[in-house]
Design a protein around this ligand. Structure first.
Ligand SMILES: Cc1cc2nc3c(=O)[nH]c(=O)nc-3n(C[C@H](O)[C@H](O)[C@H](O)COP(=O)(O)O)c2cc1C
Length: 187
């Protein structure tokens, strides 16, 4: 099969869409984030890559705390909105109902089915972005989003972003079990 070379502005695949919250100058602020990943097993840690000039980044630097809230598809437009406008120009504090766990400066989004609060343990300085690595110190959901005590993606109904075409997608059907389906593979 003939391969063609395309732009190096490439992405490995669909990315989970999250709302990151921080307190900036005493006010909750939120932005949409797709460059987010788990980076350590124990203790559990998450990494988020944020533009250095974002208003939210200022608050994370100030307090060393941030939240990650996973929106369902019903929050797609509100999530896109907090990814379009900056808290440096428009007050985004009233868009969601904030709640707090253990940390005092990591406002989580009540409307989201799954939320986490993180304490920054390391910051990696990159040319355009900062990669904030945070330890997850609290995770919150509601009984209706769990199955057998675990977050149920069908109930949470998250959405993902593809880049560079910039489309949101909902999840499809489950196609197998991880760390199990491979036992049926015949080389
Ligand atoms: C779907 C989506 C995903 C985004 N992902 C990121 C991201 O991972 N990192 C980032 O720095 N900006 C990301 N952005 C852009 C910021 O959310 C956007 O610039 C926002 O207005 C910054 O807000 P702030 O200045 O109030 O922090 C994303 C925007 C959208 C719509």
């Amino acid at each position: 099969m003939k391969k063609i070379s395309i732009s190096t502005q490439a992405f490995p695949g669909p990315m989970p869409v999250a709302i990151v919250g921080a307190e900036v100058d005493g006010t909750p602020n939120y932005l949409a984030v797709a460059w987010i990943t788990r980076v350590n097993f124990t203790p559990p840690m998450l990494g988020i890559a944020l533009g250095k000039n974002h208003h939210t980044s200022k608050g994370i630097r100030e307090h060393g705390e941030f939240s990650v809230s996973i929106p369902g598809v019903d929050l797609m437009k509100a999530t896109d909105h907090v990814g379009l406008v900056s808290g440096s120009r428009i007050d985004k504090s009233g868009i969601f109902e904030p709640f707090y766990g253990e940390l005092r400066h990591a406002p989580m989004v009540s409307e989201c089915p799954l939320t986490m609060e993180c304490r920054v343990v390391q910051t990696v300085d990159l040319p355009v972005n900062e990669f904030f690595i945070g330890e997850i110190v609290g995770v919150y959901t509601e009984q209706r989003f769990l199955s057998e005590g675990k977050p149920d993606m069908k109930r949470i109904n998250p959405f993902v972003l593809s880049m560079p075409d910039n489309h949101y997608w909902s999840l499809g059907e489950t196609i197998g079990r991880a760390w199990q389906s491979g036992t049926e593979f015949k080389p």
